[in-house]
Write a protein that binds this ligand. Structure first.
Ligand code: BGC
Length: 743
């Protein structure tokens, strides 16, 4: 077997194990051979260091500092010595090698049948899991079976606090500096357990990493590192096992991380790996009940899709201090930042299947609202909140404003996710406790930054839409359309809360100094929102200037010049008609508010101009193609989406999974093939199954009721309780079982 370094790095990402709090890259415990690189990483969601942003030329309101996710203490270390030989799969002979991530058990395994250079034959299995039941807990287990060897073996298991972050000065999607972020402050160890506490100097956070083993070993303390040695004598046919228990606790969540961690470790040590595995399985059985997508007759698509779904779960923060990083917890791309990716691409999955996680993710924007209010002031707005383009703790971390702070649409993306959650779950407590406040505060920005022209049209200038290859424009279609929805719904939600609980409504309005007058301004702005429409083409323009730009010369752009952002100056790109990702079409899809013929013309106009240099693009085009019943195209884009990381289609999977794309794979099925939309009057389905698929089935948690949708020869819907829903815009009352023909 010949190792490829590129594939090893990709596999570190693909086989990452995470639970939304901890993320462990799929590194080999024992390391690689000399000359091979590894991005050895362990991350804690929301745990960051503050770093300076260096500008050649700064300007007013540029953020001065950013947050960066920290690579924390390495607990993967495990050396195995067979007699006098170090185990390394880069020496000797590999007879068999198999890696697996079981998404139904939540355990990853590496099975190796190996012959050492001296001919000692062994079978090893490395197991690991990050617990969904106790988020601070990770477990490693190794079994070693001797085929033909008799003699001593040593397991040397360690924790290492001497860690650094990965940097790459040549790729803007990865950090170029700030490698060393963590300093060890305390090491404790005895034969049973040990710990390393480290801190981030500027943000002042601490993380304690505690380790225990299934049996006591001989402890050896080094500078910033502890090792335990376990010596055994093995006979032919015999198997030896070692289990390592790891707990991470940090000062963002715990006042006394060491104490909290110690208690958790003691509890964890009371159970075997198998006990923890069976708890994990139970958690996942519940999860899959709502989340599983079944693809009939195509095992590989089924696996790839559910892999994406699983990675959404593994990446999603499940406490008020965290959200979902663009790369989940699988790598360091985008420095662990949270973007609009969460609200537009990932939340639809959680809103539809797991409202508890959805609500927590939504709440993050409420927890960080004070920072967004401050940011609004910095950006020159008297009132309201401006959601940061990228962040961990809540402040703006984007250093490049044309494709960062200028993406004001994020305000409405957040509101959109709030509104969708509310419409599906009718959760009045949510609306009352924080829902309306976030929607209202973020809506205010539009009144302040937009203006009415002489014809009474409401215009929004100087923004960047989702398409980052077109920057700082007037009346970006996506921004205006989403702002219109946002403003309209702010007014409706305010009314809903007033009707539901007038006191709560009054007290909120008093606290944020809202008024009926302001609400009516919002209504007028929404009603008067301007959209640039080209009569000749019958197409909505992406912005006011788009039509007059020359087209990008696609025919003379060689394949190796993509993504364009790595090969052309931004201005070269900005002055052309060329899209990095879906923009106008995305708004039309999410809002479902334009006529089919207009939508189809827009698809034909924008699709050839789109490079899909962003992984957030193909899934949108798949949904768009589904909507206009271009089933081959829909499938083609879907296939690219679902295989994007598995086949490393963007050549940067080593830096982490593209989690928005994982959410996009889910959406391509449920929103695309299923044509699902959440509207004011309930769930709408508009199914269209591509010929390439025999059938797909998915479930939805509709305000606490399980609805199961199957698309095969017919559309079959099953429901636990009686619910109203729409299929091809016709109302149905679902009672148990229903079958409808395709249109
Ligand atoms: C995309 C953004 C996205 C970011 C993080 C960029 O390449 O253009 O839309 O938010 O990646 O995933």
């Amino acid at each position: 077997m010949k190792w490829s370094n590129e594939q090893l790095l990709v596999d570190e990402t693909l086989y990452f194990t995470g639970n939304g709090y901890i993320g462990l890259r799929g590194n080999f415990e024992e390391g690689y051979g000399t000359g091979f690189d590894s991005i050895r990483g362990t991350y804690i969601n929301g745990f960051y260091e503050t770093i300076d942003i260096a500008y050649g030329e700064s300007a007013y309101g540029f953020p001065k500092t950013a947050q960066k996710m920290v690579n924390v203490t390495d607990t993967q270390d495990l050396r195995i010595i067979i007699g006098d030989e170090d185990l390394s799969f880069f020496t000797g002979e590999i007879i068999d090698f198999k890696r697996d991530l079981d998404i139904y058990k939540g355990i990853s395994t590496r099975k190796v049948h190996w012959k050492s250079p001296k001919g000692r034959e062994l079978k090893l299995t490395f197991y690991r899991m990050t617990s969904f039941v106790t988020l601070e807990l990770a477990l490693f287990k190794v079994t070693l079976e001797s085929i033909n060897y008799e003699g001593p073996v040593f397991f040397i298991s360690g924790i290492n606090g001497d860690v650094e972050n990965y940097i790459n000065p040549n790729d803007p999607r990865v950090a170029s500096g700030h490698g060393k972020l963590l300093t060890v402050t305390e090491v404790k160890a005895n034969e049973k357990i040990g710990s390393i506490t480290s801190e981030t100097k500027r943000s002042g956070h601490r993380v304690t990493t505690l380790v225990g083993h299934s049996n006591p070993g001989q402890v050896d303390e080094h500078l910033n590192k502890v090792e335990w040695a376990f010596s055994k004598t093995i006979r032919q046919g015999q198997t030896e096992t070692l289990t390592k228990y790891v707990v991470f606790t940090d000062s963002i969540r715990h006042e006394e991380p060491y104490k909290a961690g110690r208690d958790l470790l003691e509890q964890a040590l009371g159970l075997t790996f198998e006990d923890h595995a069976s708890r994990q399985k139970k958690y996942l059985d519940d999860f899959w009940k709502y989340s599983k997508i079944r693809v009939k007759g195509n095992v590989s698509i089924d696996e790839a899709l559910n892999y994406s779904v699983y990675q959404l779960l593994s990446s999603a923060g499940k406490d008020p201090f965290s959200n979902i990083c663009a790369k989940g917890l699988s790598g360091e791309g985008y420095e662990g930042h949270y973007f609009w990716d969460t609200e537009v691409y990932m939340l639809p999955f959680f809103t539809l299947t797991n409202p508890k996680i959805a609500k927590n993710l939504l709440k993050f924007r409420y927890e960080t609202l004070p920072y967004a209010r401050e940011r609004a002031k910095e950006m020159g707005h008297n009132k309201g909140a401006k959601v940061p383009w990228r962040t961990i703790k809540g402040t703006e971390c984007s250093a490049y404003f044309p494709a960062g702070s200028a993406q004001y649409h994020i305000n409405s993306d957040v509101a959109f996710a709030y509104i969708q959650y509310y419409l599906l779950h009718k959760d009045m407590d949510f609306l009352k406790a924080f829902g309306l406040e976030v929607v209202y505060e973020t809506a205010r920005i539009w009144l302040d930054m937009g203006h009415f022209n002489d014809d009474g049209d409401f215009m929004i200038h100087c923004v960047t839409g989702p398409d980052e290859y077109t920057a700082i424009v007037n009346n970006n279609y996506y921004t205006n359309a989403m702002a219109k929805y946002h403003l309209t719904w702010t007014v409706r939600l305010a009314k809903d809360l007033r009707d539901f609980d007038e006191d709560a409504y009054e007290s909120l309005m008093e606290r944020i100094q809202g008024s009926l007058d302001e609400l009516s301004q919002m209504e007028i702005a929404a009603r008067s929102m301007y959209f640039e429409y080209d009569e000749k083409l019958g197409v909505f323009m992406q912005d006011d200037s788009f039509m007059n730009k020359p087209s990008w010369d696609f025919s003379n752009t060689p394949k190796d010049k993509y993504p364009l952002l790595l090969h052309y100056h931004p201005l070269t790109i900005y002055r052309h008609k060329v899209l990095k990702q879906a923009d106008t079409l995305l708004a039309m899809l999410l809002l479902d508010d334009v006529q089919m013929d207009v939508f189809e013309r827009c698809y034909d106009y924008y699709e050839p101009l789109t490079t899909h240099d962003s992984s957030l693009s193909p899934c949108v085009y798949s949904m768009a193609a589904s909507r206009i019943k271009r089933s081959h195209k829909a499938y083609e884009f879907f296939n690219k989406t679902v295989r994007l990381d598995l086949d490393n289609l963007h050549h940067n999977t080593k830096d982490g999974l593209h989690i928005a794309n994982a959410g996009g794979a889910y959406m391509a099925v449920v929103y695309g093939f299923g044509g699902l939309r959440i509207k004011a009057d309930g769930i709408h389905l508009n199914p269209h199954l591509p010929e390439e698929l025999e059938g797909v089935a998915f479930s939805v948690n509709y305000g606490g009721t399980l609805i199961h949708v199957e698309l095969g020869d017919k559309i079959i819907v099953n429901g636990e309780l009686e619910v109203k829903l729409y299929i091809y815009d016709r109302p149905y009352v679902l009672k148990g079982h229903m079958e409808v023909n395709y249109e």
